[in-house]
Write a protein that binds this ligand. Structure first.
Ligand code: AHR
Length: 503
């Protein structure tokens, strides 16, 4: 058995646990909306057509903000198509996903769904095929109380009170050549700045996210952020980061994906801070990690991915996740928490069916994928302040990073509730790892619960028929002795260790 030691102290504070870390993403992509969150006629659907089984799972997952309506989709979207009487809404081609968009579900349905699910919106404006005027129209329709054409139109559409949407993305992945209306950094920097300025003139309370690079492997990564923020620094609050990981030929590299996420956050922070320093600005731009997940995206070309057909709500990007994928998702959440001083908002991409922790069948069941569990448990138990964990762990060799720690962890400390929670992964494939955590700095401590997600078959996947035979189960090895907590972590596992200080 391997062994590792985690040092934790209440003074190792990184920053607050932010509810915004537990955001998700609903895009008009494949079956995320249609037959995902929305399916009139489904046995569990409410009067709005929202699937009740999915609403229950979203609440159980503890999702905070939900980004909408894209993603690549937003760069060709006309928001007006999705409001007003349904029978008058146009059916259009969605070029981003080579699909048919009926517009049955739009802004007001989404806002009603956020209320039903207990989530808050993160809205994106189209800066691909559209610009400042349309962003202002959408903001006026959404947030202005009344007495103008567009705010009164919302009221005619049955929504008396303004939606008061606070968080807005200024376009999506505008550096990507696949993006409709994609731009150079200079072009986007100017457009984002002017759109932000105009939006604040209409509603000064908005919180604005500029597009960072669509990935750290983009040739323009770094320079894009520098150029965009050189224009937009004073006008925006956050810059976005997107990262997707997948297992290829080397499970060890995949299990260490959080190393890349940490490095990515540090690189974006360094780049944006350099802009701030050059401007002699006291303002600090935060990071909105508004797309992250495991994604087995194989086909870049949407025409090929859709088989060349124009279908309504086609089955696209419906990854079926393994236990190893869930361990990586748990580890990516550890990284996001560890970076809470810089990452103020995050969205797992996406919520239902398309690269998602929740899966559904039309007219049939909804179930939890393996990746559901670490998200739900982290969202439920992370509280108070995030504590950095000093890790003394054996390392292992892998192709991508050379050498990585076998164990990774973060802790949260809720002084009011005396709750100390440790989220920890064991990346070892061969053996269990026994961890020791001296907790004397918290006084006397007892174990409330230890839950571990693991399986001998690291590639076990949930299905409609069996989504419950691999669940996080009680880890009975957890104990406290002489001020030190010990627990054995099975190979390729994710664990939440809940402790309580008793005096
Ligand atoms: O989340 C799926 C897609 O990934 C999004 O539409 C896009 O922004 C990213 O490339």
């Amino acid at each position: 058995m391997h062994s590792a030691r985690l040092a934790i102290d209440p003074s190792f504070v990184v920053g607050p646990v932010r509810r915004g870390t537990f955001g998700s993403f609903v895009e008009h992509l494949g079956r995320c909306v249609y037959t995902g969150i929305y399916e009139p006629g489904h046995p569990t659907a409410d009067e709005n057509g929202f699937r009740g089984d999915v609403l229950g799972l979203v609440r159980e997952m503890g999702v905070s903000t939900v980004r909408y309506p894209g993603g690549n989709f937003v760069s060709g979207y006309r928001w007006e198509d999705g409001v007003g009487p349904r029978e008058e809404r146009p059916t259009r081609l969605d070029l981003a996903w080579h699909s048919i968009e009926t517009n049955e579900f739009g802004l007001n349905e989404f806002m009603a769904w956020t209320k039903a699910s207990g989530t808050t919106p993160m809205m994106a404006v189209n800066l691909g095929t559209r610009g400042i005027a349309e962003a202002l129209d959408l903001l006026e329709y959404s947030n202005h109380p009344g007495g103008t054409e567009l705010s009164d139109l919302r009221r005619e559409h049955g929504v008396e009170e303004p939606h008061a949407i606070q968080l807005w993305c200024l376009g999506n992945e505008m550096d990507g050549p696949w993006q409709l209306g994609h731009k150079t950094a200079e072009e986007y920097g100017r457009l984002a700045t002017e759109t932000a300025r105009a939006m604040r003139q209409l509603d000064p309370s908005v919180v604005l996210v500029a597009c960072g690079s669509s990935g750290s492997s983009m040739p323009t990564f770094g320079e894009w952020e520098r150029t965009v923020l050189t224009e937009a620094y004073d006008e925006v609050d956050m810059i976005s980061a997107h990262a997707y990981y997948r297992e290829e030929d080397d499970l060890g590299s995949f299990l260490a994906s959080a190393v890349d996420m940490d490095y990515f956050v540090a690189s974006v922070a360094a780049t944006v801070d350099a802009v701030g320093v050059a401007r002699k600005s006291a303002k600090r731009i935060a990071i909105s990690f508004d797309e992250w997940n495991v994604w087995y995206h194989q086909e870049e070309d949407p025409i090929k991915a859709s088989g060349g057909r124009w279908d309504k709500a086609p089955r696209l990007e419906e990854d079926v996740y393994t236990v190893a994928d869930a361990v990586v998702v748990g580890n990516l959440l550890i990284s996001l928490l560890r970076n809470t001083d810089r990452v103020h908002s995050a969205s797992q991409a996406q919520l239902v069916n398309a690269l998602a922790p929740i899966a559904t069948e039309p007219g049939g069941p909804a179930w939890r994928q393996t990746t559901f569990h670490p998200f739900a448990l982290t969202s439920r138990h992370a509280a108070g302040e995030v504590l950095r964990v000093a890790i003394d762990s054996p390392s292992y060799e892998n192709k991508r990073f050379g050498s990585s720690d076998l164990v990774d962890a973060v802790a949260t400390w809720d002084a009011d509730g005396s709750a100390l929670t440790v989220f920890v992964v064991n990346r070892a494939q061969d053996e269990a790892t026994r961890i020791e955590v001296p907790v004397g700095a918290f006084g006397a401590v007892e174990v409330v619960e230890a839950l571990t997600l693991a399986n001998d078959d690291h590639h076990w996947r949930a299905s409609a028929e069996d989504s419950t035979s691999v669940l996080p189960t009680s880890n009975t090895t957890a104990r406290v002795e002489d001020g030190t907590v010990t627990v054995e972590l099975p190979p390729v596992s994710w664990t939440v260790l809940r402790l309580r200080a008793t005096r």
